[in-house]
Design a protein around this ligand. Structure first.
Ligand code: UD1
Ligand code: UDP
Length: 363
């Protein structure tokens, strides 16, 4: 039985890899990987394949950087064509990107079983393009692989109770597999001239932060004023926005290119604190027990905040909180100790077992 696994961006590569491996290992399934090509730079896409053990995609749609509507439309047409030609038994999507929206619509319209991995997350903020994608994906998918209790509860509150399996998040599978290799092999700390626990890591890429100049300026100023070095591997969206702002760091902030997965995990593992607006990084910080400050008004990862390992923060108070955490070992130790919020590292297998069970029941 062939399952079409659709990816489009960096986090989907990281989190889909354990599912592709489990599809490959299961005697009843085989994966077909389709990349929409939303991320295309080597440092956001190509370089991740080898390290994650992903096969070359059977097809790349090259949708590129054309904006939400065109990315979704081109993805829909390309995935629809692939489904018609290949007749997979199921389409698997992961997360909340435009690739997820396109693949969900394509599969549902072709009456092909659609399984949504990382189902049930809600920020309850419809200004985020990702929230719109999540809601549509959850309501059109027949199989919902929900990572946590709160994701299952969110689905139930919208009347989605059939086809739901709580699996944990495959981010843990990937992180547990690769963090030991990263610790052993990566030279990223010495490359940036930083010592374990003696620096902060930052990633920013949400449009709410990058496309609002006052917010971006306040974030950059807070990072630049930190009492320890701050390594910021900048997403291309962020690099462009910082250039447009004309912000020139002259303090602690070290702007860098996006890092490979192992180098990034090593940096996250060694940091005293991470400042982010990424979804995946909030999860990985909890697994690697690094205190996390999330520069957003809301999060679809509430279990990290409830467990006390992640705090939502506004740019105006980022500087003072960052100073406390960077300099006070007890303050940051209080924000660790819950590495299992997203599961035990076997989510990929659970997803494939649930998929096979559902296909066997349907005959
Ligand atoms: C997308 C996802 C977001 C996810 C993020 C992961 C949607 C709606 N957004 O946002 O949920 O968190 O990926 O990183 O699907 N660019 C390059 N090279 C590339 C790709 C993009 O330079 O390989 C630049 C382009 O200028 C582009 C901009 O980055 O306009 C934004 O890329 P895009 O894929 O549209 O959105 P992301 O911000 O990456
Ligand atoms: N990541 C990486 N290099 C970087 C920044 C992030 O390998 O320079 C990885 C990170 O470990 C995580 C994923 O990219 O697995 C998160 O992707 P991103 O923040 O772009 O997207 P989001 O999770 O917010 O959708």
């Amino acid at each position: 039985m062939r399952a079409l696994a659709v990816v489009g961006t960096r986090p989907e590569l990281v989190k889909m890899a354990p599912v592709v491996r489990a599809l490959d290992s299961h005697p009843a399934t085989e994966p077909r990987l389709l990349h929409t090509g939303q991320h295309y730079d080597a440092e956001l896409s190509g370089e991740f394949f080898d390290v994650l053990g992903l096969p070359e995609p059977a097809k790349n749609l090259d949708v590129g950087s054309t904006g939400d509507a065109r990315q979704t439309a081109d993805g829909l047409v390309g995935i629809d064509t692939d489904i018609a030609e290949q007749e997979p038994a199921a389409v698997l999507t992961l997360g909340d990107t435009n690739a997820v929206l396109a693949a969900t619509l394509a599969g549902a319209k072709r009456d092909t079983l659609v399984g949504h991995i990382e189902a049930g997350l809600r920020s309850y903020d419809r200004t985020m393009p990702e929230e719109v994608n999540r809601v549509v994906a959850d309501h059109l998918s027949e199989l919902l692989f929900a990572p946590t209790d709160s994701a299952v509860a969110n689905l139930a509150s919208e009347g989605i109770e059939t086809g739901v399996t709580q699996t944990g998040n495959t981010v843990v599978d990937a992180c547990l597999d690769h963090a030991p290799v990263a610790r052993e092999q990566s030279d990223s700390l010495s490359r940036f001239g930083v010592e374990p626990d003696g620096y902060a890591l930052a990633t920013i890429h949400r449009p709410h932060n990058t496309e609002t100049p006052d917010r971006l300026e306040a974030i950059c100023s807070a990072l630049d004023g930190a009492p320890v070095p701050v390594v910021l591997p900048a997403h291309p969206r962020t690099e462009t926005a910082i250039e447009a702002l004309g912000f020139e760091p002259d303090g602690s902030l070290r702007l860098a290119d996006p890092q490979g997965y192992l180098d990034f995990l090593a940096l996250l593992d060694g940091a005293a604190v991470v400042v982010t607006d990424s979804g995946g990084v909030q999860e990985e910080a909890s697994v690697l027990e690094t205190a996390c400050l999330t520069v957003r008004p809301n999060t679809e990862r509430p279990e990290t905040v409830e467990a006390g390992v992640n705090e939502l923060i506004e740019p105006s108070t980022l500087g003072s909180r960052l100073r406390t955490l960077a300099t006070n070992v007890d303050a940051r130790a209080a924000m660790t100790g819950h590495p299992d919020l997203y599961g035990d590292g076997r989510a990929g297998e659970r997803i494939v077992d649930a998929l096979v069970e559902s296909l066997e029941v349907d005959g």
